[in-house]
Write a protein that binds this ligand. Structure first.
Ligand SMILES: *Cc1c(COP(=O)(O)O)cnc(C)c1O
Length: 386
């Protein structure tokens, strides 16, 4: 076996101090999670009404210093809600990156809109402001009615959605300028980046909307869950309303004033989330410590460790390396997984899936380069005993 690969396996086993299977990312619970979940069961408030839902929203809000937070059944629902509130509908266009998890694009599709794939930058692994500007300059126009349209089709470009890949923040200052110049709302897919900051400010608080995921593999989990962050309080109030069937408050009458959804996070899940939020700072610390151990280790190998972009502090949700060539990457994936150390390639690019192959896109030079070389490594936080 290639010595860099066997040394990597040895290093990971040494770091996690186990001979058993090492997953990519496993949640960690102790008595605190059991206590709060049991409290919910004993209270009988297990569904979407209960004190933990409100507390969890407040915990996230104060952690992010955001104006609002609306807890949802999962990150996908939160993102779909964000797009819906931004007015994305049938026939619209939404700009995003091809290097993302399929959920980003599914939400666009389910609203009847079509994605446009713009390249990522190699440093941020996220929507590249230069590529975005190139596209808009060539193919879009800001019309007199304030709406940005595709010059060819006349379709409205309703939003753009950068995704903070593996927790590394996008180039948010430049993206915000473009958002203002072209009057296109910025929606952050911050599913992976809870705890990451860009110039000291939390990801998820830059766009008009953002979605964060609490799936079992994310930095904290509620089992399944997500949260919608809105810049404007009025948007948050409406999001809350339509995600609880748009029922108008009344002691006994059922009156609904919009086509609602039922996407609120149950109290049972929120209880788990409240316990996890108490540990988030520790997780971020532990994950950054692990990342710096990986970084030192890979300094003397042929594999390049992916570090946080400048001016950013990443939660290092998933650690990643770049392999020099696709053949060696294949060998790395096979050998590590055979050795019970879980690794995986980055997602296949969305434009290469039959689902999205007809979507408009630019050259995807960086995304294609990255997609052939990226590998994710085990990234569960290694918590120090007290
Ligand atoms: C996890 C994830 C989602 C979806 O979150 P769920 O809670 O699993 O629905 C969306 N986008 C990205 C980039 C993700 O990593």
């Amino acid at each position: 076996m290639n010595t860099d690969i066997s040394l990597t396996i040895e290093f990971i086993r040494h770091t996690y101090k186990t001979n058993a299977f090492i997953p990519l990312h496993a949640p960690q619970f102790d008595d605190r999670e059991s206590k709060l979940v049991n409290e919910t069961i004993n209270s009988s408030f297990v569904s979407s009404i209960g004190k933990f839902v409100t507390q969890f929203e407040q915990d996230i809000q104060s952690y992010l210093s955001s104006n609002s937070a609306v807890a949802m059944v999962n990150g996908t629902a939160a993102l779909q809600s964000a797009l819906y509130l931004a007015g994305v509908g049938v026939g619209d266009l939404v700009i995003t990156q091809s290097l993302t998890f399929v959920a980003t694009c599914n939400t666009i599709h389910h609203l009847g809109a079509t994605p446009i794939f713009i390249d990522v930058s190699k440093e941020h692994l996220s929507l590249c402001p230069r590529a975005l500007e190139n596209y808009l300059n060539q193919h879009a126009e800001l019309c007199d009615d304030g709406i940005c349209r595709n010059k060819n089709s006349g379709q409205t470009i309703k939003a753009f959605v950068p995704m903070h890949t593996f927790g590394h923040p996008a180039e948010l200052d430049k993206l915000l300028v473009i958002s203002q110049q072209w009057n296109i709302p910025l929606i952050e897919d911050a599913a992976e980046s809870l705890g990451s900051t860009y110039e000291g400010k939390h990801t998820g608080t830059f766009g008009r909307f953002a979605a964060i995921s609490f799936n079992g593999n994310k930095i904290i989990t509620t089992g399944g869950g997500g949260i919608l962050i809105c810049h404007d309080q009025a948007d948050a109030a409406y999001a809350h309303h339509i995600n609880t069937t748009a029922k108008v408050a009344h002691p006994f009458e059922f009156y609904h004033d919009a086509y609602g959804f039922n996407n609120r996070l149950p109290n049972l899940n929120a209880a788990l989330g409240c316990a996890q939020m108490e540990k988030l700072d520790n997780y971020v610390k532990a994950k950054r410590r692990l990342a710096s151990q990986y970084q030192s280790f890979f300094a003397s190998s042929r594999f390049d460790f992916v570090t946080e972009p400048s001016n950013c502090r990443s939660n290092y949700w998933l650690n990643a390396i770049l392999l020099p060539d696709p053949a060696l990457r294949e060998e790395f994936l096979v050998k590590t997984n055979e050795a019970n150390v879980m690794t995986r390639p980055v997602w296949q690019l969305m434009h290469s899936l039959p689902l999205f192959q007809h979507a408009e896109r630019d050259e995807q030079r960086n995304a294609s380069w990255l997609a052939k070389r990226l590998i994710n490594l085990p990234s569960s936080p290694v918590l120090k005993a007290d």
